[in-house]
Design a binder for this molecule. Sequence first.
Ligand code: NAI
Ligand code: BGC
Length: 266
Amino acid sequence: MEKLLENQVALVTGASSGIGYGVARSLAEAGAAVVLNYHSHAEAAEKLADEIVQGGGAALAVQADVSDPAQVEHLFDACRERFETVDIVIANSGVQKDAAFADMTLEDWQTVLATNLTGQFLSAQAAVKEFRRRGPRAISKALGKIICMSSVHEVIPWAGHVNYAASKGGIQMFMKSLAQEVAPERIRVNSIAPGAIRTPINKDAWDTETALKKLLQLIPYGRVGEAEDIGKAAVWLASDESDYVVGTTLFVDGGMTLYPGFADNG
Ligand code: NAI
Ligand code: BGC
């Protein structure tokens, strides 16, 4: 059976857990060679890389802090050294540092912006430079694909999380402006905006019965999402199946952005 991402090289940032881990696995299943960036938890990234290789694929785990320009440069050097280039970049790394507004420290504000927004800027900038350097390849209609991991909180305000919501709101215009700038070169830039996905970042929201019941009130489709749901969307968005999709945010959220509070006559 033809694999959608055969002969392509994908870089996934923050691939040692949660959504990044699931996306990396899905891309590998679709035939891509995968570079798994991790910040902490080297074991998890190494283990996934081993699994992919054992399954007949190609993978490499590389440590880098995406908020540090020199480390992002090192990450792309590692892609070039091992796989000669990169075709797909999934800028996924992200953190939450939640606090009531008046208690939020400047450090918590800056850490979230540095990882979630500056990290995507640095990753996407290195990607654009690499796509231009190596020129077109016969394996895809696009010169390269960038997928920003946004969130439903690029549009849903989130009290107690102003740093996080500001970072995701920022990604919305970052992605669209970049997509507009590089589309003429056939670089496709899009976002995925997940709803509540079962990962370590939001464990408090789903790991007790009470919390889960409350969370499910926000999800019309009636279940919490899994990393695999995002993995499948990422494969499609990275493949030529979505070749005419440019500058779009794909919401994968079980209907969380449908204002579920209005379902019963408002
Ligand atoms: P997670 O906590 O499991 O994964 C976050 C990943 O980012 C980890 O691998 C972590 O090591 C990495 N990371 C953190 N700081 C980093 C840095 N400075 N450099 C490189 N990597 C770094 O959480 P999850 O849920 O998998 O989050 C992944 C992305 O998905 C984030 O951008 C998050 O905002 C987004 N997201 C998650 C949702 C959810 O419900 N789980 C919903 C919407 C968006
Ligand atoms: C957050 C999660 C939250 C989800 C839905 C994500 O962006 O990281 O903590 O569960 O949005 O609110």
